[in-house]
Design a protein around this ligand. Structure first.
Ligand code: SF4
Length: 412
């Protein structure tokens, strides 16, 4: 039976808070409860959960995951969408999360509960205390309202999180706060690309999941972040007559102004072009994306298309549209193993636009296969981000490890 249930919102808030709780209440048996139905999108929720698992394991605190039920959370805050952060919507959000925590505390036979939300510098302490006392009181539980932000606690929290290389989110969690904070740019935070685009949240999540598995095996890990010039497709495609033609946009293609219409001309064995705005079609045996290995500047708007469509494309008038954007992004590399390992193996953390890439199961398999040599220090297994863009993560790995990298590539 646990004595103290700690509702956990995220790893940065939890790390220092849990450490302090353990110091101040050494006699109490603790259990963590990750309950965040307010977080959007799901990948962000997963990211915060995986990081919470890492730090709870580190501190030896068992963790229970609550239900992820964003629809019912949305219903609870209906009518409060436009409230500012720290306003009435947040009161309801705290009530929802702490009410469920209090129910669980009672089910588990805990006499006390608290929440790591109390650590968050952006939240109102009095608002949280009121919610905690009200919800815990309803279930006959005592709410512990400790203020660990004081006396340099907030700075210590950031320092610890940085040392542990914990993912630091840049918004509270819900879609409404995000839209108030980022305006139209929030669309990118809410968009799932359907593949692990270089520098995307999905890519970060994959790296963190692998890290969590490696640490579970007791292996050494470290991460290094790096910036790179990202590129993404906002919208676009190619039509032959009124028929959409399946295509992949070549990395670093520039945008088309408005819409281009006309007949494609052959400009090489596997190349068709429209003279207007240099729209290019590159024909391939099988439709698939290719990593961009060399920088050749901005390229004409280029669609990769299967040869099966060659005849149709030459016969019909085509319409092409394309909006792309260049954007500074951040990615990371994960190194599993000791510094100075003689053999450094790397796999890409990103996937190509056609979704080719490593899945978690295959990486786990590889990790187990090499576990002994990693533990002994002769091998390091690395995940490199943004490899499909100019091999960015591989270049960083070479610099960081000072070794030649044995790159295992993208699965075919
Ligand atoms: S801003 Fe944060 S605390 Fe407030 S409602 Fe949104 S997720 Fe909840």
């Amino acid at each position: 039976m646990a004595g103290l249930l700690v509702h956990i919102c995220c790893a940065p808030d939890a790390f220092y808070f849990l450490k302090r709780l353990k110091e101040d209440f050494p006699e109490k048996e603790m259990v963590g409860f990750f309950y965040d139905p307010n977080i959007h999108p799901y990948e962000e929720y997963r990211l915060r959960l995986v990081e919470t698992k890492r730090i709870c394991r580190d501190l030896g605190i068992p963790l229970i995951e609550g239900e992820y039920d964003p629809e019912s959370w949305m219903d609870s805050v209906k009518g409060l969408e436009d409230e500012p952060e720290r306003g009435e919507r947040c009161s309801v959000c705290f009530d929802v999360r702490l009410e469920r925590s209090a129910q669980l505390a009672r089910e588990l036979g805990c006499q006390e509960m608290t929440t790591t939300l109390l650590m968050s510098p952006k939240k109102r302490f009095d608002q949280l205390r009121e919610s905690g006392e009200k919800t815990a009181g309803r279930h006959g539980i005592q709410f512990i309202a400790v203020n660990y932000r004081k006396g340099g606690g907030t700075q210590e929290m950031f320092r610890l999180s940085k040392d542990k290389e914990v993912y630091m989110q840049d918004y509270c969690g819900c879609i409404f706060a995000l839209s108030q904070q980022k305006g139209e740019d929030m669309l990118w935070d809410m968009t799932s690309f359907g593949y692990r685009a270089p520098g995307s949240r999905e890519e970060t999540l994959f790296i963190k999941e692998v890290r969590e598995r490696a640490e579970e095996l007791g292996l050494e890990t470290r991460e290094v972040e790096f910036p790179f010039l990202g590129w993404r497709v906002l919208e676009g495609g190619i039509l032959a007559g009124d028929r959409p033609v399946p295509s992949i946009v070549k990395t670093y293609s520039r945008s088309i102004k408005g819409k281009v219409r006309g007949f494609l001309q052959r400009a090489g064995k596997n190349r068709l072009i429209l003279s207007k705005q240099f729209v290019t079609v590159q024909l391939v045996e099988e439709l698939g994306d290719q990593p961009l290995d060399e920088f050749s500047g901005l390229i004409p708007p280029t669609f990769i298309v299967s040869k099966d469509y060659e005849e149709l494309l030459l016969k019909e008038k085509v319409t092409a549209t394309l909006q792309t954007e260049f954007i500074p992004l951040t990615s990371r590399v994960l190194i599993i193993g000791k510094s100075g390992a003689q053999k450094v193996i790397a796999i890409p953390a990103d996937t190509l636009q056609d979704k080719r890439g490593w899945d978690l199961g295959s990486v786990e398999h590889l990790l187990k296969e090499r576990e002994d040599s990693i533990r002994k220090g002769s091998t390091a297994l690395c995940l490199a981000g943004a490899v499909s863009v100019l091999q960015s993560g591989l270049r960083v790995l070479e610099e960081v490890t000072g070794s030649e990298i044995d790159f295992l590539g993208y699965p075919s």
